[in-house]
Design a binder for this molecule. Structure first.
Ligand code: ASP
Length: 322
């Protein structure tokens, strides 16, 4: 019999609706505890409430606590697979943090819900069941941390929430899901080419994330520089370009050896140094900006926070991103 450790951290999947006001909020008791029968005879599910937090309350501290709990479970051979329930707003960040820092060969699967447990068409139980089936699957091992939502299996690195309310919200732009669930059967049809692992236990740095826009003001970068951050991530325009007005402030970061990582604000495709004009990607790269092809802004931020624990060497850092 497979053993699954089910770790709850909060989110809509464990919230209910106030019948008078219609507001959605955490309930005193996690409603998911009533549904253990869903998983049948082939699996023993041990559930534990790690937190009961809406995911906008999740920080790197909670992500690190999740990692520690999973590592303890792996070390003590507590389970054959791990499922985490999590609010969907920041689920992709936790998933990627765990993907980069965990050294676990057993399946680790995150899931959540778009609709509260007591609403019509609630998706939580289906997602939870699908996540457990996936975590039980031999094939799910060694694929990195997975996100299972709406009968699709996504790799943590690229998955993102794309819709505020629709149950088909989690998508992997450009690359697509790596598997699906069909009538309770788990099917994988691709795998990431390479995996990365950074053995990091604590995150002590600060990395803000900015999004570029037409007419972006240099004062914004100046204000961020005054925060004394340890690095910066910018979601740049198109293939990886910035308005010239921000260049003098950007230079300040680089002159102070603060890594600046560039991704594209475009939903599909990858950031590249193509354009050779003022603020164009080619010139940014020559000035020392690091390109993070294929990552979203929030994911690049998580990776930079992790890398900062390991190196301050710009070349090494650039290699890890590019
Ligand atoms: N706001 C909720 C959260 O992230 C959304 C959800 O869980 O779906 O906690």
């Amino acid at each position: 019999m497979k053993r699954i450790l089910l770790l709850h951290t909060g989110g809509t999947i464990s919230m209910s609706t106030d019948q008078t006001t219609g507001d959605v909020r955490p309930s005193s008791e996690n409603p998911l505890h009533h549904y253990r029968h869903l998983f049948g005879e082939a699996v023993h599910v041990k559930a534990e409430d790690l937190f009961q937090l809406p995911s906008p309350h999740i920080t790197l501290k909670e992500m690190t606590a999740m990692k520690e709990r999973i590592e303890r479970a792996v070390e003590a051979d507590e389970a054959d697979g791990i499922v985490l329930t999590h609010g969907t707003d920041t689920l992709e960040e936790t998933a990627y943090f765990l993907d980069l820092t965990l050294h676990a060969s057993i399946p680790v699967v995150l899931t959540g819900a778009m609709r509260p447990a007591d609403s019509i068409g609630a998706d939580g139980l289906l997602n939870l069941q699908a996540a457990v089936w996936t975590a039980m699957s031999e094939e799910a091992a060694d694929k990195g941390v997975l996100v299972v939502m709406n009968e699709e299996i996504h790799a943590a690195r690229h998955v993102t929430k794309t819709h505020t309310t629709n149950v088909a919200t989690f998508r992997t732009p450009t690359f697509g899901p790596i598997g699906i669930l069909a009538k309770n059967h788990v099917h994988f049809f691709q795998k990431l080419v390479e995996r990365e692992h950074f053995p990091v236990d604590t995150i002590r740095h600060t990395v803000p994330l900015l999004k570029a826009y037409a007419g972006m003001e240099s004062q914004l970068l100046e204000a961020v520089f005054q925060m004394k951050p340890d690095g910066l991530v910018i979601e740049a325009l198109g293939a990886g370009n910035l308005p010239p007005a921000v260049l003098p402030s950007l230079k300040k970061f680089l002159e102070n050896d603060l890594p600046v990582v560039l991704v594209s604000r475009a939903f599909n495709g990858i950031a590249q140094d193509i354009y050779d004009y003022e603020g164009g990607g080619r010139q940014l790269k020559q000035a020392g900006v690091i390109f993070a092809p294929g990552l979203s802004g929030p994911k690049a931020r998580i990776k930079l926070l992790i890398l900062l624990e390991q190196t301050k060497d710009p070349k090494e850092m650039a290699n890890c991103f590019e």
